[in-house]
Structure formats: structure tokens, C-alpha cells
Design a protein around this ligand. Structure first.
Ligand code: TGC
Ligand code: FAD
Length: 395
């Protein structure tokens, strides 16, 4: 079909033809992950969400076989994909559920990346291939009960004792905490913040799941309690010398999230578009009402803009690299727009919008966590504020 200008009639699901910005290989990867999400996540995720579980052990080897775990890292069994390809995978996973994307973000960007970037050769050889295949699951312990946005105030402490370090402290809100084989734990030492690879079967290590969540229910979130946990010096990440270490990992995960949020938003927009076309009130589809059309148009524009921002940031990361403030732009704006789209889509679905029979309220509730984790909306606003004014509002 052609439009009056002779240009092809636009696709309501990709009005700006953003697919044209992707290479054949990227489209192939995108379609492969989309198909897998359609086969393995979408049929069951409503039930996992209702039951408050995520089948990590079952899905990790499948994600590993597709090369999605640590996929943007080179060597050690990792796929060595571009940042954009990694982002596109996150987008498709989060169109299924933020929990699936969270699992992959935490494994690749928060557990594998610090070993890859700051680990010794022996540590890389020992852990990365088994994490890339999904045999070993990792988690990332930075946040504490009294240290969220301000991780510099952490209390977890590591004290040197001969060839070992002895760790004491509590980490809070840790994704994959109770299912992980290894935890990357950040702790204060006399010399500053250091990172440790802690096997979760170490004596004194305890993980307690956090219950009663109404967001990210298809994802495991735990408290980690470390009581005199002994970790050999060989499991300290040798290249971390300050808070810069953990914050560098966050850049990687936030990059995946800014793509993922566009996926969650797309899923909500498409659900609302389909529903509005089918649902009849006053003898006509609700999509024919001007007020509904306005909602659908606002959603569509925000989904396309978020996708455009994500692809642009992906291209920058693959060429000149991204400064933290540029990652903050994407994380702050794409997540808040996704949340806006989810809430608007929820209203289009009327009463059906409040059940997990439809994906929208699940995404909407999930996005409340995504708005908060990996740097709250306010943290990213102030990071951008500092970048444009040169003034630090955190102190
Ligand atoms: P500040 O004094 O500014 O910096 C300390 C050192 O870190 C460096 N730095 C960074 N390096 C790399 N990337 C970044 N984004 C960095 N931001 C700062 C900085 O240059 C300095 O280096 P050096 O060598 O001079 O020591 O630190 P601050 O204490 O004032 O804090 C700044 C702030 C607030 C931006 C930072 O603390 C922050 O980002 N807070 C938010 C915490 C957060 O995002 N936590 C996330 C926990 S993990 C998680 O949520 C996982 S969710 C699961 C999933 O992903 O699915
Ligand atoms: P706080 O930092 O107490 O913030 C509360 C409010 O105050 C927010 O609105 C915040 O923006 C605002 N605020 C704080 N400081 C400022 C300021 N300077 N200026 C203006 N406003 C400010 N952490 C991990 O380490 N690993 C994980 O795997 C992990 N997974 C998570 C999974 C889920 C489902 C959730 C919900 C959280 C997870 N987190 C994880 C923790 C997450 O990173 C923190 O929740 C987040 O950093 C915010 O910390 P907080 O919740 O303590 O909020």
C-alpha cells in the first residue's frame, strides 16, 4: 500500500520505520529473541507473576545457548556482540517481562561484567564461561538497607585476615540473590571500596527472599546477610579501587534498561491498540472515539521516541562510547515514558486492564521498580543537572 505521497503507508506498530535503522544481522537477532519470548515467556509469565516466581534454572541454559548472557563481552565463552545488539535483546526480553530482562541484565552486566572488567585472568577463566552458558547464576550486591541512592554510605565491611578477607554486612533488594551461585559483593575496606566474588555456599552467607512485592513478581529479589564470610584474596577483584568499580557496572546495566523500557512500552501500546480495535461500546470500536485515539497516538509517539533514543545511544556506545550522563538521559526518559504509556494503556483496557490476563498492569507494576532501581529517576535527573550546569546537587 502506498500513501498519497507515493511513500509506503506506515505500519501502526513502527510508524517511523525504525526497523530500517537496523542491519540484517540485528533484525535477525531481534526476531530470534522475539520468537523465544513468544514461545517461552509470554505463555507463562502471567502465572509466574501471580505465583511470584521466575524459573531461573530452567531458562538460564536457554538464554546461554542463545548467547544472551554477557553477550556484549568479548572472549571467555561470551558472544562479543555489539552494544546495540545487546540492547535489542533487552528490548525484546522486556517486551515479555521486566523480570526476564532483569535476569539477563544482572547476569551479564552486573555479575559477569565486573569479573570481565576488573577480574584476574584466573577469575575470568574460572567463572565467565560457566556464567555465559547459564550453568552458574550471579547476583550483584551493592544496595543496603540504609544505602540505596547513596552507595558511598555502605556499611558492609571486609577486613583482611592472612590470605583471606572476612565480610560482614547486609545487602538489600538483590535480584537473583537466593538463586545465585556467586554474588558480587561490594564492601568497604581500610583502603576504600573493593569487590569480591563470593560463592553463595560459603559458611555465613544467607539469602532471604523478599515477599509481598506487587512489582517484578516474576523475578527473585532477596536480602543477603553476610556473617563472618571468609573469602580468599584470590576472589577479590584486583582492579577495583573505589566506588567507580560498581558504578561502572551500573552504566552497562542501565544501558540495557533504556532499551528494555522501550520494549515494555511497546508491549503496552500494542495491547491497547489491539484491544481498542476489538472492544465495542456505544455500537462502535472504542478506537473510534477521539479521546481513545489521542491516548493511542500519545503512546505510539512515546514508544517510537524511546526506541529512537535507544538505537541512537546504542550507535554512540558502539562508536565513541557513552558518558554516564548520556546513559542517564536514556534511563531517565525512556523509563518514565514507558511508565506513562503503561498507565495510559491500562485505562484503555478498562476493567480488563486490572487483571494479569492482559500484560499491561504487569508491565505497569514492573516499571515502578524499573523507575527506582539502577538509579532512581531523581538520581538520573541530578546526574544530568550536573552535566549541564557543572554543579553537583548530591552534596
Ligand atoms: P561520586 O563521588 O560522584 O563518584 C565516586 C566515583 O565513581 C565515579 N563515578 C562513576 N564511574 C563510572 N560510572 C558512573 N556512572 C559513575 N558515577 C560516578 C566517580 O568519577 C568517582 O570516581 P573516583 O575515581 O574519583 O573515585 O559518587 P557519589 O557518592 O557522589 O554518588 C553519585 C551517584 C549518586 C550518581 C551514584 O552513587 C549513583 O549512581 N547512585 C545510584 C545507585 C544505584 O543506581 N544503585 C543501583 C544498584 S544495582 C540495581 O539496582 C540492580 S537492579 C536489577 C536490574 O538491573 O535488573
Ligand atoms: P532511596 O535512595 O532511599 O530513595 C528514596 C527516594 O528519595 C527516591 O525517590 C529517591 O530518588 C529520593 N532521593 C534519594 N536521594 C536523593 C537526592 N540526592 N536528591 C533527590 N532525591 C533523592 N540493588 C542492588 O544492589 N542489586 C540488585 O540486584 C538490585 N535489584 C533490585 C530489584 C528490585 C525489584 C528493586 C526494587 C530494587 C533493586 N535494587 C538492587 C535496589 C535499587 O538499586 C535501589 O532501590 C535504588 O538504588 C534506590 O534506593 P532506595 O530504594 O534505598 O531509595
Amino acid at each position: 500500500m502506498t500513501s498519497p505521497t507515493g511513500a509506503p503507508e506506515p505500519d501502526p506498530r513502527d510508524l517511523l520505520r525504525l526497523d530500517g535503522l537496523l542491519s540484517d544481522d540485528e533484525l535477525l537477532l531481534r526476531d530470534t529473541v522475539r520468537r523465544w519470548v513468544g514461545d517461552r515467556i509470554l505463555p507463562e509469565v502471567g502465572t509466574w507473576f501471580d505465583e511470584g516466581r521466575f524459573p531461573s534454572r530452567e531458562l538460564a541454559p536457554e538464554l546461554g545457548a542463545m548467547g544472551l548472557l554477557g553477550m556484549h563481552l568479548e572472549g571467555y565463552g561470551c558472544a562479543g556482540s555489539s552494544a546495540t545488539a545487546y540492547g535489542l535483546a533487552c528490548l525484546e526480553l522486556e517486551a515479555g517481562d521486566s523480570g526476564a530482562r532483569s535476569f539477563v541484565s544482572v547476569q551479564g552486566s552486573l555479575a559477569m561484567f565486573p569479573i570481565w572488567r576488573f577480574g584476574s585472568e584466573e577469575q575470568k577463566q574460572e567463572f565467565l564461561p560457566r556464567m555465559a552458558s547459564g550453568e552458574l547464576i550471579g547476583c550483584f550486591g551493592l544496595t543496603e538497607p540504609d544505602s540505596g541512592s547513596d552507595p558511598g554510605s555502605m556499611r558492609t565491611r571486609a577486613v583482611r585476615d592472612g590470605d583471606d578477607w572476612v565480610l560482614n554486612g547486609t545487602k538489600m533488594w538483590i535480584t537473583n540473590g537466593s538463586v545465585a551461585d556467586v554474588a558480587i559483593v561490594w564492601a568497604r575496606t581500610d583502603e576504600g571500596v573493593r569487590g569480591f566474588i563470593v560463592p553463595t555456599d560459603s559458611p555465613g552467607f544467607e539469602a532471604n527472599d523478599i515477599h509481598r512485592k506487587v512489582s517484578l513478581r516474576a523475578s527473585v529479589t532477596s536480602e543477603l546477610v553476610l556473617t563472618d564470610v571468609r573469602v580468599p584474596e584470590s576472589l577479590r577483584l584486583p582492579e577495583v579501587t573505589s566506588l567507580r568499580g560498581p558504578l561502572s557496572c551500573l552504566n552497562e546495566a542501565r544501558f540495557g534498561i533504556l532499551f528494555g523500557a522501550a520494549g515494555a512500552a511497546r508491549a503496552c501500546y500494542e495491547a491497547a491498540l489491539d484491544y481498542a480495535g476489538d472492544r465495542v461500546q456505544f455500537g462502535v470500536p472504542i478506537a473510534s472515539f477521539q479521546l481513545t485515539q489521542r491516548k493511542l497516538v500519545e503512546m505510539m509517539v512515546r514508544v517510537q521516541k524511546a526506541t529512537l533514543v535507544a538505537i541512537h545511544l546504542g550507535r554512540l556506545k558502539d562508536t565513541v562510547g557513552l558518558a554516564p550522563a548520556q546513559v542517564s538521559f536514556g534511563k531517565m526518559d525512556n523509563v518514565r515514558e514507558a511508565l506513562w504509556v503503561a498507565r495510559e494503556a491500562r485505562s484503555v483496557l478498562g476493567a480488563n486492564g486490572i487483571t494479569t490476563e492482559y500484560p499491561v498492569i504487569r508491565h505497569m507494576n514492573n516499571l515502578e521498580s524499573v523507575f527506582t532501581y539502577e538509579g532512581t529517576n531523581e538520581v538520573h535527573t541530578l546526574t544530568l543537572g550536573q552535566a549541564i550546569t557543572g554543579l553537583n546537587a548530591f552534596t
